[in-house]
Design a protein around this ligand. Structure first.
Ligand code: HPA
Length: 272
């Protein structure tokens, strides 16, 4: 597993020599467009990277791009693996640890999520302040690789407080509304039942999705600083008259992507 990340890193570095990304960006469903603002870009298909697996979900492009965002050397993953696709834990470790080995210090994750609040409707952005892992899975199950991090580690402040403050200030300066809240990760692939959403609300969740948490766990294990934002694509199950579809999430994701792009751009300006 360590070997897979090292092989991927070596392969990627050959495609763009002397490039050390400081920022890692993971783009969720419908958010791939953001990668188009990278400058001096090199794009590699996941299928060509040893240990990476071509993604199959529509809205997840399955390419890795290296380039500059506002002058910040950035590696961007368009497309991720979800537990519901039946992948094993190795692949998610490979993705995140490859970023670490490439030199990434800050990981900015995005996702599509359902909102548990009527006043945070589709099209809103929510900065994740904390999460609840409700997937019944953990990517770190198995032997621990001490080269990346300790067996036991804390998850307080998993979402870096300084970076959160910075992002909130960026949003304020840009006059973008940025909600804040707790993200709960469900396993999927189906959306939730209304009863599950009521239960999640009682547990303290503000938004629900099927990704991000495994990546954050691996990222924190290896010491990456994390910041994450959900593009709210829908009100969660039972809160709407119409039933949810993946097409809706893509459509609303594309709308929220425009605002997300501004936010990420503002964030990189602060970093540079
Ligand atoms: N539930 C789970 N995942 C999601 C949702 C949702 O309502 N919307 C977008 N991703």
């Amino acid at each position: 597993m360590t070997e897979a990340a090292f092989n991927a890193k070596t392969f990627i570095q050959k495609q763009k020599p002397n490039f050390t990304p400081k920022l890692g960006l993971i783009l969720g469903s419908g958010l791939s467009e953001i990668a188009a603002s990278l400058e001096d870009v090199t794009t590699i298909s996941y299928g060509d990277i040893p240990g990476f697996i071509q993604t199959t979900i529509s809205g997840h492009a399955g390419v890795l791009s290296l380039g500059y965002l506002n002058g910040v050397p950035t590696v961007c993953l368009q497309g991720r693996k979800h537990y519901y696709e039946g992948f094993n834990n190795e692949i998610i470790k490979t993705y995140i640890r490859t970023l670490k080995l490439l030199g990434v210090e800050i990981l900015f994750l995005t996702n599509a999520a359902g909102s548990l609040h009527q006043d945070v409707p589709a099209g809103s952005l929510m900065m994740i302040t904390d999460h609840i892992n409700f997937q019944g899975q953990n990517p770190l199950i198995g032997s621990n690789d001490e080269a990346f991090g300790p067996r036991f580690f804390g998850m307080e402040d998993a979402y870096d407080p300084k970076l959160r403050d910075m992002l909130a200030t960026v949003a304020k300066d840009l006059e973008l509304h940025l909600a804040q809240g707790v993200y709960i990760s469900a396993l999927g692939p189906m959306f939730e039942t209304p009863a599950e959403i009521r239960a999640f609300r009682l547990l303290g969740a503000d938004a629900v999705g099927m990704s991000t948490v495994p990546e954050v766990i691996v990222a924190r294990h290896c010491g990456l600083r994390v910041v994450a934002v959900s593009a709210i694509t829908n009100l969660a199950a039972g809160m709407n008259k119409e039933a949810l579809t993946h097409e809706d999430t893509l459509y609303q994701g594309a709308k929220a992507a425009k605002v997300m792009q501004k936010l990420i751009f503002g964030f990189t300006q602060e970093l540079s």
